[in-house]
Design a protein around this ligand. Structure first.
Ligand SMILES: C[C@H](CCC(=O)NCCS(=O)(=O)O)[C@H]1CC[C@H]2[C@@H]3CC[C@@H]4C[C@H](O)CC[C@]4(C)[C@H]3C[C@H](O)[C@]12C
Length: 324
């Protein structure tokens, strides 16, 4: 399972947790403007916006899990099992495979508004990357500095939902996730009034009682509510350090601790990495499960006019800040 969200503070940010029990050998990958993006069924993009993100590079092709382009448009693919449906070729459409979707949008669009022009023409065609790497069932959060949408390719077609809360997790379909928030209208960062009933001696015995009914589970509905509430109530000082720190606190409030989510006997899914993008400045911050320190990769330090990918392996070991 996974969680992605937008966060506006000092600048504009986009965060993502990847929760999984295996690694695909992903790294931080910058694709410069002149890298030749090949597509299976449409023409190459030989000149496009540069992007930074997390990708598995196979045969010199970046299979992006999440990324942000130089204009600040961000996109993340999250697991969407049983619901995702990828049709066969459609003659009248741009046939883009799901693994090409992030490059296709981020390569050409500078905003959600411009992506909205391309989306109706797209058919997320059912073509595997390879026999070893078949398609996986995904849906996507797409966001710029001003708005977010969710894209789901279901049996009845491609849906583009406005996302007023700027959060995405996994199943069920996005409309249901959004509706479910209505069940949590009573959540509050303030201690609640006693509305229980007449003549009951109820006391305000603890701080934080307004969050008592906030779901604590790792399931996708619980994470959706928790991420939406924690983000909506986040406060931080107006600078980059405080904003990134707060973003990582929000992301880590929905992280999966190793040992809590068994996916096969003795095998657990956990939060392999957390990324936070500064959309305005082309920065990617990350932590990994084994490295709590926040690491920073700046896309502008790569040659963005190059034709070659620029990759940085995750630093996945703990560095203690030794005090004595
Ligand atoms: C599994 C991950 C979602 C995390 C998650 O939800 N884990 C729960 C697993 S479980 O449901 O609990 O079992 C998703 C998120 C992004 C995906 C990659 C996107 C690029 C590429 C697309 C190709 O088409 C197939 C291979 C490819 C490398 C993808 C592999 C995998 O699908 C990735 C890592």
């Amino acid at each position: 399972m996974c969680t992605a969200l937008t966060f506006n503070a000092h600048d504009h940010y986009f965060g993502r947790n990847l929760d999984l029990e295996v690694s695909y050998g992903q790294q931080v990958v910058v694709t410069p403007r002149n890298y030749n993006f090949k597509f299976r069924k449409v023409a190459d993009l030989s000149n496009h916006y540069a992007m930074i993100g997390v990708a598995a590079v196979i045969d010199n092709y970046p299979l992006y899990f999440d990324a942000t382009n130089e204009k600040g448009l961000s996109m993340a693919g999250l697991n969407y099992p049983d619901n995702a449906f990828y049709p066969d070729m459609a003659a009248d459409k741009d046939n883009i495979t799901p693994f090409e979707f992030i490059p296709w949008i981020l390569g050409q669009c500078d905003s959600v508004a411009s992506a909205r022009q391309l989306l109706p023409k797209i058919n997320l065609v059912n073509i595997n990357f390879s026999d070893q790497l078949p398609l996986s069932p995904l849906h996507w959060l797409l966001a710029d500095q001003h708005e977010a949408v969710v894209i789901e390719s279901d049996r009845d077609g491609l849906h583009v939902y406005d996302n007023p809360v700027g959060v995405l997790t996994n199943n069920p379909t996005f409309d249901k996730q959004l509706f479910n928030l209505n069940n949590y209208r009573d959540l509050s960062s303030a201690n609640p009034q006693d509305t229980f009933g007449k003549g009951m001696p109820l006391t305000d015995y603890s701080r934080g009682l307004g969050t008592r009914n906030l779901p604590g589970g790792l399931d996708s509905e619980s994470r959706f509510v928790r991420a939406a509430f924690n983000k909506a109530n986040a406060v931080c000082a107006d600078n980059e350090e405080a904003s990134i720190t707060q973003l990582f606190h929000i992301m880590h409030s929905v992280e999966q601790q190793n040992g809590l989510d068994e996916v096969a006997p003795g095998k657990f899914e956990f939060t392999i990495y957390t990324v936070g993008y500064n959309q305005d400045q082309g920065l990617l911050y990350y932590t990994t499960y084994h490295n709590n320190q926040i690491n920073l990769v700046d896309m502008n330090k790569c040659d963005l006019e190059s034709t070659d990918l620029c990759a940085y392996p995750f630093i996945d070991s703990q560095a203690f800040n030794k005090v004595n």
